[in-house]
Write a new protein. Structure first.
Length: 209
């Protein structure tokens, strides 16, 4: 990517960081109940894009994507160190919703804000043409990046990873569950995930680092 394109990417990051759309002009429902803090790590060099859902409370506080236990689990899936994970020459990390969406009555995180992806996603993807692999983490990233290839359930989608990887070339997508603590039980019920998908995932990541 040339200098002009790199400068455009930097300007795009600055525009994202100043976005207050979900607070000031919500598409549906109530506005974001707290000050937005967009978290999106774009890159002009990384060949791997991690497309997540939205920041949680810890990420909202730190401004660092996957800066929590779910990030530790994701890094173990990828087979990379924390240092490598946060090297923007290696990974771009761009969730579907850039801001912490708040929590529901039970204390769970709400879905990504509806305003975010339609406003920013296509421009962000167009600004990183060097990306060679997309890791779609969770159902919201899968819905956007897979379209009709997304199955009825997340389990069905992730189980179909081989076909999805083949059909989304030349920039293949690998669907992954969200690496929350709930995935521990899910992985026990779906042993193919650790036995088959994770070794393939680590190989795909390693050849692009």
């Amino acid at each position: 990517m040339d200098l002009e394109a790199s400068q455009k990417l930097l300007l795009l990051e600055r525009r994202i960081s100043s976005c207050r759309l979900c607070r000031d002009a919500p598409e549906k429902g109530a506005p974001l109940p707290h000050e937005p803090r967009p978290v999106a790590w774009l890159s002009s060099k990384a060949r791997i894009l991690i497309a997540g859902q939205a920041p949680g409370t810890k990420v909202h506080a730190s401004g660092i994507p996957f800066d929590d236990r779910s990030g530790d689990r994701l890094r173990s899936w990828l087979g990379v160190s924390r240092e490598a994970f946060y090297d923007r020459n290696l990974f771009a990390i761009v969730p579907m919703g850039f801001c912490f969406p708040g929590q529901d009555e039970k204390g769970g995180d709400l879905p990504p804000r509806r305003e975010c992806a339609p406003t920013w996603r296509e421009e962000v993807m167009g600004a990183m043409p060097q990306v060679e692999l997309i890791l779609a983490v969770g159902q919201y990233a899968q819905a956007w990046h897979l379209g009709r290839l997304k199955q009825r359930t997340l389990t069905d989608t992730v189980a179909n990873w081989r076909e999805i990887h083949a059909k989304t070339k030349p920039v293949p997508v690998l669907p992954l569950p969200h690496p929350s603590w709930r995935t521990i039980g899910w992985a026990r019920k779906n042993p193919w995930f650790e036995r088959e998908l994770l070794p393939f995932l680590r190989k795909e990541v390693s050849v692009r680092m």
